[in-house]
Design a protein around this ligand. Structure first.
Ligand code: PMP
Length: 526
């Protein structure tokens, strides 16, 4: 634009250049409901229909009038925004409201405690830290009890009330019977235990997962490009393939760590084995967003629940993109029968205006100590908390009309995408998702009749080429999902209208026609 002509570009100029090369370098001057507005050459506003929906933060649309009015009222009234280390009655209210909604939906009987943060990745980061703190405390308690078992055995052998069978010594290579033998045995067991207890934590997460781009969370984000450069910074995840029954159990078996203890039994010393927690948590999205809008199967979910219960690892349900009513339920996991020990929420919780995220932890898993070691200057601020409460009020109004709306609009949008797929089976491979988190996957177009399309497909940029065409040619805004660039995402707000759906349908049919080679004209690109 003219304003920036001749000035150095210092705000992530490389990204700007990448966007420009795909024709995605748009500037918006206003946003309202399900639309963004550009300034046309004649100075008038040009509407763009927004299917990117702030990547999921705009379930209620841009600048929802009830939210902006409330925000203005809050600012006008001089509400305390930054008052760290004070009582926050509105945070207490928000935590109660979230707990009430989650338990109404899941039927859970235990309360959930809330830890507040600012972004999605940060809530997940808090989840990883909480899980690791909990693992450390469980491991510490186990080591303590094993050590006190050693002490008891030492006392009993010393006062002659117990003896150690020869095979126990033999198993650990202690072949010098005598007074030093028991100390040597205990020394070897303790060294083994220290080594096993010192193994780094392992996180489990499905292939295709996206849990953020911070130092810890990016290691749980499957996309190699985001993750690999930062491998050395944090604990590692093992990625579990979707729908390959038995694989999860195999991975868990490979990660098992056993501690050895000694117990007294009728005057004899017996070896005991104790499983040490190495798997810190299983972290998952009920519907993978950036992984291409993929819902986990009920069978996979059941396997995850069974295995995690067996090894005592918490299940962390990342509802950052899928939650807050987008699928027609507050939590997308509800329909899958998935019950989390932790839940993370962000994006639409802030109503498109506030930056707020929250980690919910089941009471029986919760470590109050965490509150003293994890915080952020900006978390739990008075403005965001209240905006989030307003968002919940809007979602819950009229007996949950917003949830029903999301489900019903989602059905209509999915039906339209399905009809496009039927008419262009050689272009569209699949349409999927639930409610207002939908995806359209293209077939591999590296053999497409239009050379520019085939080239883009071979470079892995086909989805971006399509997004550029949709924007330039049709004023439709959407993007491929971050880790599955052949899938376009559709995450509009509940203000989606029939006109918006028809608008997208026209755009998609035109695009599919060009891709198929039906039109003798190029894609609309810069
Ligand atoms: N988890 C999921 C499921 C997400 O979709 C995202 C964002 N795409 C995040 C975590 C990270 O959230 P944020 O961008 O706010 O850090």
């Amino acid at each position: 634009s003219n304003a920036s002509a001749g000035r150095p570009q210092l705000a992530e100029p490389h990204l700007g250049a990448v966007l420009a090369s795909a024709g995605l370098d748009a500037e918006y001057v206003r946003a309202e409901g399900n639309h963004l507005y550009q300034r046309g050459e004649d100075g008038r506003e040009v509407a763009v229909v927004d299917y990117a929906g702030g990547y999921g933060s705009l379930l209620l649309g841009h600048n929802h009038p009830a939210i902006t009015a409330y925000a203005q009222e809050l600012l006008q009234s001089g509400v305390p925004v930054h008052a760290q280390f004070s009582l926050h009655p509105e945070a207490a209210e928000l935590a109660l409201a979230l707990d009430g909604i989650v338990r109404r939906e899941t039927g859970d009987t235990e309360p959930f405690f809330a830890v507040f943060a600012n972004t999605g990745a940060e809530a997940n980061e808090a989840a990883l830290k909480h899980a690791e703190m909990d693992r450390g405390m469980r491991l510490g308690a186990l080591l303590d009890s094993v050590r006190s078992g050693f002490d008891a055995v030492r006392d009993a052998v010393r006062d002659g009330s117990a003896t150690v069978p020869a095979e126990v010594f033999a198993r650990f290579g202690v072949d010098a019977p005598g007074p030093a033998a028991l100390d040597m045995l205990i020394g070897r067991l303790a060294a083994h235990n220290e080594e096993q207890a010192g193994r780094p934590p392992v996180f489990l997460t499905p292939e295709g997962s996206f849990h953020g781009k911070l130092a810890g969370t990016v290691q749980l984000t499957h996309n190699e490009g985001y993750r690999a450069p930062f491998r050395a910074l944090a604990a590692q995840a093992r990625f579990v393939p979707l729908d390959r029954p038995g694989t999860l159990r195999k991975i868990v078996d490979e990660e098992r760590a056993t501690l050895f203890g000694l117990v007294l039994e009728d005057g004899r010393v017996r070896l005991s084995e104790h499983e040490a927690p190495v798997v810190c948590a299983f972290v998952l999205e009920p519907i993978q967003g950036e992984g291409g809008i993929r819902e986990l199967s009920a069978e996979f979910v059941q396997e995850i629940q069974d295995v995690c219960a067996e090894i005592g690892a918490p299940v962390v349900v990342d509802e950052i993109q899928s939650g807050m009513g987008r699928t027609g339920d507050f939590l997308a996991s509800t329909r899958l029968g998935l019950r989390g020990d932790y839940y993370t929420l962000a994006k639409s919780l802030g109503g498109g205006l506030a930056k707020i995220s929250v980690l919910l932890v089941r009471a029986s898993r919760y470590r109050g100590e965490f509150e003293l070691v994890h915080s952020s200057t900006f978390a739990k601020d008075g403005f965001s908390n209240r905006v989030a409460l307003k968002v919940l009020e809007l979602l819950e109004a009229d007996g949950g009309a917003a949830y029903r709306k999301a489900a019903e609009l989602g059905d209509r949008l999915l039906a339209m995408l399905g009809a496009v797929r039927e008419d262009f089976p050689e272009v569209v491979k699949d349409v999927r998702g639930r409610g207002l988190i939908l995806g359209l996957e293209f077939h591999d177009q590296s053999g497409a009749p239009v050379p520019a399309i085939a080239e883009a497909a071979r470079a892995g940029l086909f989805g971006y080429l399509v997004a550029g065409h949709l924007l330039r040619g049709h004023r439709v805004r959407t993007f491929p999902t971050a880790s599955a660039p052949e899938t376009l995402r559709f995450e509009p707000s509940i203000l989606l209208s029939d006109d918006d759906i028809a608008w997208l349908e026209t755009a998609l049919r035109d695009t599919c026609d060009i891709v198929r080679g039906g039109y003798r004209r190029p894609l609309a690109l810069p």
